[in-house]
Ligand binder design. Structure first.
Ligand SMILES: Nc1ncnc2c1ncn2[C@@H]1O[C@H](COP(=O)(O)OP(=O)(O)OP(=O)(O)O)[C@@H](O)[C@H]1O
Ligand SMILES: [Mg+2]
Length: 350
């Protein structure tokens, strides 16, 4: 019983889709035993901020009911460039306890907000080549944003036990499913409705992260404009469903043109990584989020960047419960990446 309570459900409150996942620890490994989602209208969450909390609370309740979830403990995550700061910093070598004491002081010079307005966390990456120095990932999240999300989740009758950050939930689901390849730089890229979350792993460790406020909404809006459609009908087109009076080819062309903004943001991040890493390149892209499901987008990625592009598979090392519809879940897997990463967190983990 106690063991069960340590396992939270992962609740990914995205701007375009709410998702829940639950992953059980079985003797022979992880097993997904809940996965469900609910599309959200685009005006509830804007720029990572909750605009309409009443409707969001109702949507969460509806999804919990629909997914028949009894577990109240949830892990949620926050994203967005205006609420989350992730920085790779170098500090004098010290123990975790010592850093715990001094991190606020260290953080002050890197965080563009008042240090008392953020919650700070860190992860020691390891010693640097220069003796006496070590690399640390510093994470600062605005308390206001955390409180906003915690309030919504509590009002939906749930108990938030873990607050994570999208780029780390993404890393978590990747680590559980893919082997670490030393010397290889892998870009995890989650393309959501309103933002792109990037985490470039260097030998399995985070070395660059960035949240950019563009996402598939750009594509939906372009389809709306071009063919004079509603948001909902444009979303259908994006998913590759047939829509009256619009041919597949026409729609693809519009999506391709509109994707250019997404691609140039990604290029900018990769270039920044390359310059700050003495010309090291990224060898592989692993894409996730609803964007990875947009028809032909993985192919467009491949063509645009000429790199190995893989759509994330969260189920290499997580089996899917017999009570779920395996084919359906595999088809939607990229959409669940963050929720599954959250569902892999355990209360008490660092
Ligand atoms: N089955 C599907 N096929 C194609 N595209 C899809 C599908 N489901 C969702 N999408 C696209 O993905 C978008 C949502 O992606 P996702 O759920 O990853 O975003 P989000 O997490 O809600 O947003 P953000 O991460 O920006 O907060 C939808 O707006 C839609 O355009
Ligand atoms: Mg998302």
């Amino acid at each position: 019983m106690l063991f069960g309570q340590k396992v939270p459900i992962g609740l990914d409150i995205g701007a375009g889709t709410l998702k829940v996942a639950q992953v059980k620890d079985r003797r022979d490994g992880y097993e997904l035993d809940v996965f469900d989602f609910l599309p959200l209208p685009p005006e509830l969450i804007v720029d990572g901020s909750v605009i309409d909390s009443l409707r969001l609370v109702d949507a969460i309740k509806e999804l919990i009911r629909k997914a028949k979830i009894k577990n109240k403990n949830v892990a949620i995550s926050i994203s967005g460039h205006s609420s989350v700061i992730v920085k790779m910093i170098t500090v004098p070598e010290m123990t975790e306890e010592e850093l715990e004491e001094s991190i606020k002081f260290e953080a002050e010079q890197y965080v563009p907000f008042n240090i008392d307005d953020v919650n700070i966390d860190f992860q020691i990456i390891g010693p640097r080549e220069e003796p006496g120095q070590m690399d640390v990932v510093l994470v600062a999240v605005k308390k206001d944003t955390i409180n906003e999300y915690i309030t919504v989740v509590k009002e939906a009758g749930l108990n938030p036990v873990i607050v994570d950050v999208d780029v780390f939930a993404l890393e978590n689901v990747y680590e559980v499913n893919y082997p670490i390849e030393p010397g290889k730089n892998v870009a995890l890229i989650d393309i959501g409705a309103s933002s792109i979350k990037m985490n470039i792993l260097k030998g399995g460790m985070p070395s660059f992260t960035r949240d950019t406020p563009v996402g598939t909404n750009l594509l939906t809006e372009a389809l709306q404009r071009e063919f004079n459609l509603t948001f909902e009908v444009s979303e259908k087109l994006l998913r590759g469903e047939t829509v009256e009076n619009v041919s597949e080819e026409e729609a693809e062309q519009v999506v391709l043109t509109a994707s250019e903004e997404i691609f140039s943001e990604i290029t900018r991040s990769i270039d920044y990584f390359r310059t700050s890493m003495s010309e090291q390149d990224v060898s592989e892209f692993v894409i996730s989020g609803g964007g990875a499901l947009v028809k032909k987008l993985p192919e467009m990625f491949n063509e645009r960047f000429g790199k190995q592009v893989e759509v994330i598979d969260p189920f290499k090392n997580i089996s899917i419960s017999k009570k779920l519809d395996e084919d359906y879940i595999r088809d939607l897997a990229p959409l669940g990446a963050v929720a599954i990463g959250l569902a892999l967190r355990r209360i008490g983990d660092r």
